[in-house]
Write a protein that binds this ligand. Sequence first.
Ligand code: AKG
Length: 217
Amino acid sequence: MSTRDLFGEQVGAPECEALADGAVLLRGLVVKEAPALLRAINGVIARAPFRNMITPGGFTMSVAMTNCGRAGWLTDRKGYRYDGIDPETGQAWPELPEAFMRVARRASAAAGYGGFVPDACLVNRYEPGTRLSLHQDRNERDFTAPIVSVSLGLPAVFLFGGAERSDRPRRYRLEHGDVVVWGGPARLAFHGVAPLADGEHPSTGRLRFNLTMRKAL
Ligand SMILES: O=C(O)CCC(=O)C(=O)O
């Protein structure tokens, strides 16, 4: 069991909380790596800036997104999909930073999914009031690989449900440095993020960032 010191740093072994069969929350696992992860996000957005994508139904998503890796997750009027090219720049997405890969390896192994090598990372940026409605991550080709999801900055309420949209989701507070990993029987669980509460975080100000590392191709 771990605790956090006065500065939010994790003390002791990471605390591991089961969310469902196949899904765990690793509290504070990457607090120490957070500065390197935030620097790496800056490197990604210098080449693939955040944008608010359009859903197939024509709604603009409140969460700003970008990608890195061999493929990036996209939505537009044509649908949801992965593409190797960023439509905003016409270039390949930036490479997955080594700092992201290290965290993906460590978190997936801690969650019991050894050997996970992501090839894509969706980077989400939340401002106060933005939310991500309940959805499944199902545009990846291979559902045997888990999803590794890293929280940075302002805290959020993560909603984690079951395989059916109608399954009532449980609510979990995610803080800076927390990692959620879901795979196996939980791989297609519906999940989302409640509207972000306003606040100020020493590392990110009024923002929350989330990295979801996936095996897309
Ligand atoms: O921001 C989060 O914690 C979750 C992000 C998410 O659900 C997704 O990118 O599919």
